[in-house]
Design a protein around this ligand. Structure first.
Ligand code: PLP
Length: 439
């Protein structure tokens, strides 16, 4: 009997023993196409020779140096490479070990920034419903996913939640996409005014919503309006690109497509591509200079921040993306995946929406297409599809989301950027089998 404490204690999961390109292999030799990149992690596939070599080289040269005493070459090089390609005036990179750590650090940086700036009354964070920002207590409080928060609610800091930008569900009949986006964004202004502008420190959002909604981008103009509102009231804009960043949407940073730059940007998953656990928080020059000119110390150290092997992996991943033009490939293959999904499922009576950007795609399942009525959550449709797909040799990411009192099921796809045309066909075929078996 194993002494491992697994995530699902009642599930008897296979043991992964190998990775080969876009496939994972279990101990019986069965191959699974990794159609969700785990959870949007594996962007280069599971056997990238350059990243493996970089990790091996770094661990042989320098495995660890505590950042309280020393910095390291790969951490400095990766920070420079990220900033050279980052939007707006993002200027500094704080490395952490994953996504929750990145969003948690962002919340604390926002608070410390205003303290050092002499605005201690700024303490409120605003985020959105149907969002996920991580599982540590601060990050969980920021997220709006009721199911994930439920049992820990008494431990969570107060965060205000406004509506997400979810056109398929919330755009009114006769309303243009643009007008809907402005209306959704204006909820932020209303909430800032309700709380008192001088008390609000930051607004946090995912540019393309991942786990809770299934690759939902905002409509044109939404994030520009959000940026305007943040600027008007001196509120920091924190974008959580933990899932949708690092090339996944066909842009190195997802917010590039929205034409906005945040004050703080969180990345993780695709940064290490699964070769090492790593995340990062990028912040503007102004924020950095406020801390540098004040206490000179961000009060948020973790032992493994800026880990040499993790940053060496990140450096190799980003270098591969740039050298092999994989972000453009992701955009092109993403268009093909969208067309293939549209062709197969576009008229399906139980598929209401197929959406996303790049190789970050979502399929919304509905009981009735015309009324957009979701399936009864007691059917456990998402779990059934996940199981049927897995049996067919496809890893995808179906989720039952809880939306403002409504329930719904969606499937998230986020395959590696190296996916081929034949493999797109394989994903669609296997997904078709899983959906047909589960309905
Ligand atoms: N933020 C977003 C948007 C995510 O999708 C996730 C994870 O799925 C996180 C934060 C948390 O990241 P991690 O699981 O690496 O802690």
């Amino acid at each position: 009997m194993s002494h491992l404490f697994p995530r699902h204690t009642k599930a008897n999961l296979p043991t992964a023993v190998g990775g080969d390109g876009c496939y994972l292999i279990d101990s019986t030799g069965k191959r699974y196409f990794d159609g969700s990149g785990g959870a949007a992690v594996s962007c280069l596939g599971h056997s990238d020779a350059a990243v493996i070599a970089a990790v091996q080289q770094q661990v042989g040269q320098l495995a660890f140096a505590h950042t309280g005493f020393m910095t390291s070459e790969p951490a400095e090089a990766l920070a420079d490479l990220l900033i050279a390609n980052a939007p707006g005036d993002l200027d500094r990179v704080y490395f952490v070990s994953g996504g929750s750590e990145a969003t948690e650090a962002a919340i604390k940086l926002a608070r410390q920034y205003f303290l050092e700036k002499g605005e201690p009354e700024r303490r409120h964070l605003i985020a959105r419903r149907q969002s996920y920002h991580g599982n540590t207590l601060g990050a969980l409080a920021a997220g709006g996913n009721a199911w994930r928060r439920q049992q820990f609610d008494p431990l969570l800091i107060g965060v205000s939640h406004i509506a997400p930008c979810y056109e398929y569900v919330d755009r009114a009949q006769g309303e243009s996409s643009f007008d809907y986006g402005q209306r959704a964004a204006n909820e932020l202004e209303a909430e800032i005014l309700r709380l008192g502008p001088e008390t609000v420190m930051a607004f946090m959002a995912e540019p393309v919503v991942g786990a809770t909604s299934g690759a939902v981008p905002a409509v044109e103009g939404y994030f520009k309006r959000i940026r305007e509102i943040c600027d008007k009231y001196g509120v920091l804009l924190i974008l959580d690109e933990v899932m949708c960043g690092m090339g996944r949407t066909g842009h190195l940073f997802a917010c590039d497509a929205d034409g906005v730059a945040p004050d703080i940007l969180c990345i993780a998953k695709g940064l290490g591509a699964g070769y090492q656990p790593i995340g990062a928080m990028l912040c503007s020059r102004q924020i950095y200079e406020t801390i540098e000119g004040g206490s000179g110390f961000f009060q948020h150290g973790h032992t493994y921040i800026g880990h040499p092997v993790a940053t060496a992996a990140g450096l190799a991943v980003v270098s591969q993306m740039l050298e092999r033009d994989l972000v453009a490939r992701c955009a092109a293959m993403g268009d093909r995946l969208q067309s293939a999904l549209q062709e197969r499922f576009g008229q399906h009576p139980n598929i209401g929406d197929i959406r996303g950007r790049g190789l970050f795609r979502g399929i919304e399942l509905v009981r009735d297409r015309d009324s957009k009525t979701p399936f009864d959550p007691s059917l456990g449709l998402a779990a059934k599809i996940k199981k049927a797909a897995f049996e067919a040799g496809l890893i995808c990411y179906p989720m039952s989301g809880t939306r403002d009192g409504r329930n719904g099921d969606h499937i998230l796809l986020a395959p590696p950027f190296i996916i081929s045309e034949d493999q797109i066909a394989e994903v669609v075929d296997k997904l078709d089998v899983a959906i047909t078996q589960s309905l």
